[in-house]
Design a protein around this ligand. Structure first.
Ligand SMILES: C[S@@+](CC[C@H](N)C(=O)[O-])C[C@H]1O[C@@H](n2cnc3c(N)ncnc32)[C@H](O)[C@@H]1O
Length: 226
């Protein structure tokens, strides 16, 4: 499905989020602010690489690697981005390789959420930062919730058909979002995996969440800011 919509994916994101997606990605990059310039960061489900680019732009000098299993999406990423075709449920990296692991709009798509999260935690070094940007099942309070559902369930599929020529993919977007766990449940799962300092930042009336956490342990690099 992501292969089918790859060419129109970035444009659709800007339209659906009214241009807010770029700002949200900068917030993810901001969550990695304390990492040293020599940091290694993994962007899981990088797609067209926009989140990886935001991290590269905002932090000076990190090595960012983007992985995704949809090659047509990866092909559209900026030329300079280090990238690899890989499954988020079985990351081809040794334990503790990364100072930061980020993902944008990936985790609700995972066939096995527990395993995907466990993989991200496994490749993170002790003291490293995890940042997950994802849509939520929606704002909890009426009338915003009603407007959100109307927009997401009725207008987004029409936009998907008109702009990306694929109503199915943009029907999957609201459906997978509404099926996904609420931010508090995601937070609970991260704590169960042993992560600490778990923090949820809600945006766009609670329809998007940035969840950050830290892997228990000590920084391995001298001078690193915690
Ligand atoms: C909604 S897109 C997000 C792309 C990008 N991260 C962004 O911020 O726009 C979800 C991406 O996750 C990828 N994806 C979904 N499940 C995956 C998996 N198990 N392994 C690797 N990539 C996966 C899809 O191929 C797709 O490119």
């Amino acid at each position: 499905m992501f292969g089918r919509i790859a060419r129109r994916y970035d444009l659709m994101n800007s339209l659906i989020t009214l241009g807010q997606d770029a700002r949200w990605r900068r917030r993810v990059a901001g969550a990695l602010d304390g990492l040293p310039p020599s940091a290694r960061v993994l962007d899981v489900g990088t797609g067209t690489g926009r989140l990886a680019e935001a991290v590269e732009e905002q932090l000076s000098g990190p090595t960012v690697i983007g992985v995704d299993f949809t090659v047509p999406m990866l092909r559209l990423a900026a030329h300079g981005l280090r990238r690899a075709a890989a499954d988020a449920l079985s990351l081809p990296f040794a334990d503790g390789q990364f100072d930061g692991v980020v993902s944008g709009f990936l985790v609700r798509n995972l066939a096995d959420l527990e395993r995907g999260l466990a993989e991200q935690v496994r490749v993170l070094r002790p003291g490293g930062v995890l940042a997950i940007l994802e849509t939520t099942p929606g704002p909890p309070t009426w009338p915003i919730s009603a407007l959100f559902h109307l927009y997401f369930r009725m207008l987004v599929p029409v936009l998907g058909k008109l702009v990306a020529g694929d109503a199915t993919a943009y029907t999957y977007l609201p459906e997978s979002t509404l099926r996904f766990v609420r931010p508090a449940q995601l937070e609970k799962r991260l704590r169960a995996l042993g992560l600490v300092d778990v923090h949820v930042d809600l945006m766009m009336f609670g329809s998007v969440a940035l969840t950050t956490a830290r892997k228990r342990g000590y920084p391995s690099r001298p001078g690193e800011v915690l």
